[in-house]
Design a protein around this ligand. Structure first.
Ligand code: NAP
Ligand code: HSE
Length: 428
């Protein structure tokens, strides 16, 4: 039997407690599968006295996660605090410098500092693993770096934020407002410490940037992700989309185009009957397309204690078994830099606007769209409410640039407020 693998766990919130629970409850199974014991030497969090629902008295305690990362009795530093900078990054750097492997669930840190951290780790002969950082319990990083490593990947897309999918699907199912559902997502342990990361699409954008790096062999480039959150989506949009056979999802798409790497995370309409359209609650779905394999669809819990801890443990188990892979699937120094291509691929769009009840109002809208080269596929006008009526337009395929030009040129005397534009994604 080999030496035990000794962990130092920084962060004892939703995910950290889940990891402690699995290590305590599944000790025999973990030992049988890895051939060695997996133990916890010490832990760290902000408050030592908080009751976390798991016994912690068997483990050492460090107030400072950097001190934990450097301890001699720690082989693997497990970073579960969160935050792109600050203690998470300081402690991760300290762990690498002290010769420890790192397991983290922190997509924010890796999406921003992943290249530098990966280069430091690989120079020191250490690994950084982060299965839990992308799509919670779904083993998508493993699928990309191992199971699909023989494929030229053409596209990665999916729904990668449980909070947003929960809010959007529950708005439709329960007719409740955004605020009530946001509070429920919090109770379920889905939310980031800063919830704007969730509803602003940033958290899902971090995940997409990590997937794109591994899929396309490029340096992780979060700044190249076109981002839009779900805050502007109303029940009216959800109903209108439903009426036309669509569901609204916060959808991420990364693909290499002739003009560079397109990465976007934004609300999109997808057919209600498609697997993405039918995705409910906090569930995530990632679709990967490769030249040899075709399409692979992975679906599962994207957040919460058990699923996320399950993913953290898969990384710990790999390290215990001696499986050592570069952070982004190939040595960090060989990753290329790709030019960011903004919404390069044309698509149909859903438009919702409030049109005043005046002769010629609709003609003016159609003319502005036409002048920008945007052609109308379908249109529906609902009954007038006071002085204006909601008008829905589905365009033929167009670029976001042409659409934005048209929206900027709308005559304010006929269009009330800001029109809403949502891309319609053609997915199987
Ligand atoms: P959380 O519940 O907010 O827990 C964060 C933990 O970090 C807390 O125990 C906190 O201590 C500790 N902490 C914060 N700052 C610290 C500091 N300066 N020193 C020591 N400890 C500190 O967060 P979480 O939901 O478990 O998420 C942890 C990480 O997993 C994040 O990177 C998140 O993005 C990622 N993640 C979460 C999920 C999920 O479903 N929740 C899914 C995938 C990935 P106190 O408890 O004492 O305040
Ligand atoms: N806040 C994230 C979500 C947690 O809602 O999906 C999982 O990364």
């Amino acid at each position: 039997m080999s030496e035990p693998l000794r962990l130092g766990i920084a962060g004892l919130g939703t995910v950290g407690v889940g990891v402690v629970r699995i290590i305590r409850q599944q000790a025999a199974l973990l030992e049988a599968r890895t051939g060695r014991k997996i133990t916890i030497s010490a832990v760290s969090a902000r408050s030592k006295d908080k009751d976390r629902g798991v016994p912690l008295s068997d483990y050492g305690w460090e107030d400072d996660p950097v001190a934990l990362a450097k301890r001699d009795d720690v082989d693997v530093f497990v970073e579960l605090m969160g935050g792109d900078d600050g203690p998470a990054k300081d402690a991760t750097e300290a762990a690498i410098a002290a010769g420890k492997d790192v397991v983290t669930a922190n997509k924010a840190m890796l999406a921003i500092h992943g290249q530098a951290l990966a280069e430091a780790a690989e120079a020191a002969g250490r690994v950084i693993r982060y299965e839990a950082a992308v799509a919670g319990g779904i083993p998508v990083m493993k699928a990309l770096t191992e199971g699909l490593a023989g494929n030229d990947i053409s596209r990665v897309m999916g729904v990668m934020n449980g909070t947003c999918n929960y809010i959007l699907t529950q708005m439709q199912a329960t007719r409740q407002g955004y605020n009530a559902l946001f509070a429920e997502a919090d109770k379920l342990g889905y939310l980031e410490a800063d919830p704007n990361l969730d509803v602003g699409g940033i958290d899902a954008g971090h995940k997409l940037a990590l997937l794109a790096s591994v899929a396309f062999g490029t340096q992780v480039n979060f700044d190249g992700v076109e981002l839009e959150g779900i805050q502007k989506i109303t029940l009216e949009d959800i109903d209108a989309a439903d009426d036309m056979g669509y569901r609204i999802k916060l959808l991420g798409v990364a693909q290499m185009t002739g003009r560079g790497l397109e990465q976007r995370m934004s609300p999109c309409l997808v057919p209600s009957t498609s697997p993405l359209g039918q995705l409910e609650g906090g569930t995530n779905m990632v679709v990967i397309e490769g030249d040899a394999v075709g399409q692979i669809v992975l679906r599962g819990a994207g957040a919460g204690e058990g699923p996320t801890a399950s993913a953290v443990m898969s990384d710990v188990i790999d390290i215990a078994r001696g499986l050592r892979l570069p952070t982004f699937g190939q040595p960090a120094t060989t990753l290329t830099t790709a030019r960011a291509a903004l919404a390069a691929v044309p698509a149909p769009y859903y438009l919702r606007m409030q049109l005043v009840d005046k002769p010629g109002a609709l003609a003016k809208v159609a003319a502005v769209l036409g002048d920008a080269g945007v052609s109308i596929d379908r249109m529906r006008q609902y009954g007038h409410q006071d002085t204006a009526a909601p008008v829905l337009i589905v365009t033929h395929k167009t670029t976001r640039t042409a659409l934005d030009e048209a929206l900027a040129g709308m005559d304010k005397s006929v269009v009330q407020g800001e029109p809403v534009a949502i891309r319609i994604e053609e997915v199987d």
